[in-house]
Write a protein that binds this ligand. Structure first.
Ligand SMILES: Cc1cc2nc3c(=O)[nH]c(=O)nc-3n(C[C@H](O)[C@H](O)[C@H](O)COP(=O)(O)OP(=O)(O)OC[C@H]3O[C@@H](n4cnc5c(N)ncnc54)[C@H](O)[C@@H]3O)c2cc1C
Length: 345
């Protein structure tokens, strides 16, 4: 059996790795370099504090897999498990957090409610007046680059052909079944194609004649000069969508949860910087005066189902996309689902 995976992000590479471990012949096509997509541009927040059973289960499993895969592959993902805090500044948002927390607890996630002052137990100079409360739970931050490099290493060692700078231009379908794929002008005969193209998944799907209407979300993010390490957990303010954490190099990495856009757009904006900086300083006054060194944006896709792991009406054409804001949290476990789906198709 030969499987082509379109997209060299976390979803494509984790899936390739699992399929190869299962003895499948796999080729991965990545149009640019391996960190080009959302998987190379995100903030690496890892949590199982999510809002439905399927996502919570998948995230819990993924957190475990990250530990195992690092030693399996022999690559350090720089995964720091210093906790994940969600804060809110409206009653409505706080009530939602509590409701979700009850579900998470029932499903075995270690999470507890904290009041605004208790945030200071985790972030000493937090401004308790900026929020009305929150939740604290297990989780943390993973550095996305070594995750991608590590999975790519693991794939190659298992014989996966990871082709970067190779654009899929055409999907060849015969009698409503996959025949192969054309990339950089060359034809590859395959039995299955996995559409793991993130924000580009709609256009890949169209190549196979399958309609897919995932939303495209643009999210902006930035990094400051380094501070002495002091901020352990990942912090998300659910009311404004502002999040931040501190990298191992001491930089504050933070952004604002993204919005739907019509088409792919990875330009940074001044608006973002102003909004982000204002709220970040309200939450943690100590950040005032820090220089922002770089800003960038990324695009990801959000399916009606998050994530969308499914067969289609073209035999052998598999969707593995629509991960929304949670691709890093979910991909390792999702990859196992994709492998199972292919095995039973
Ligand atoms: C700023 C930001 C912050 C985020 N923060 C978090 C977070 O804290 N936690 C979390 O879990 N998630 C986060 N996310 C979301 C997460 O990054 C995504 O869910 C995840 O990376 C999606 O992975 P993917 O493999 O589906 O897509 P991608 O990583 O985008 O990979 C798709 C790849 O397909 C390639 N491709 C497209 N067309 C073709 C073609 N024709 N031929 C070959 N290759 C093609 C693209 O070049 C791309 O590299 C964040 C995202 C952003 C942008």
């Amino acid at each position: 059996m030969r499987v082509a995976i379109i997209g060299g992000g976390i979803v494509g590479l984790a899936t390739a790795y699992n399929l190869a471990k299962d003895g499948v012949d796999v080729v991965v096509f990545e149009r640019k370099y391996l960190l080009y997509g959302a998987s190379g541009r995100n903030s690496g927040g890892i949590t199982a504090m999510l809002n439905n059973e399927r996502l919570i289960e998948m995230a819990k499993k993924s957190m475990k897999i990250y530990d195992e895969v690092q030693s399996e592959i022999g690559f350090n993902f720089l995964y720091r498990k210093d906790g994940y805090i969600k804060v809110a500044s409206t009653e409505n948002d706080l009530n939602k957090l509590k409701e979700e927390m009850n579900l998470q607890k029932r499903m075995g996630v270690k999470v507890k409610q904290i009041d605004a002052n208790e945030v200071k137990d985790f972030i000493p100079d937090f401004n308790a007046d900026a929020v009305i409360g929150g939740v604290y739970g297990e989780g943390g931050v993973i550095f996305p680059w070594p995750v991608i490099w590590g999975y790519a290493k693991g794939c190659r060692e298992l014989g996966v052909d990871v082709k970067d700078y190779t654009t899929v231009e055409e999907i060849v379908v015969k009698d409503r079944a996959i025949d192969g794929v054309k990339a950089n002008g060359e034809f590859f005969k395959v039995d299955f194609i996995v559409n793991a193209a993130g924000a580009w998944s709609n256009e890949i799907s169209r190549m196979a004649g399958v309609e897919l209407n995932n939303k495209i979300i643009k999210e902006e993010i930035c990094v400051t000069e380094s501070l002495k390490p002091y901020l352990d957990p990942y912090l998300l303010d659910v009311t404004t969508g502002i999040y931040l954490s501190q990298s191992m190099r001491g930089e504050i990495v933070g952004g604002i949860v993204g919005n739907e856009v019509e088409s792919i757009d990875v330009k940074g904006s001044l608006d973002f910087l102003v909004k982000y900086a204002k709220r970040a300083v309200e939450l943690i006054p100590k950040l005032k005066g820090l220089c922002i060194l770089r800003q960038w944006a990324g695009v990801y896709d959000e399916g009606k189902d998050i994530p969308n792991i499914s067969t289609t009406n073209v035999k052998g054409f598999i969707q593995a996309n629509g991960f929304g804001k949670f691709g890093m949290c979910l991909a390792p476990a999702a990859a196992i689902e994709v492998t199972r789906l292919i095995r039973k198709t």
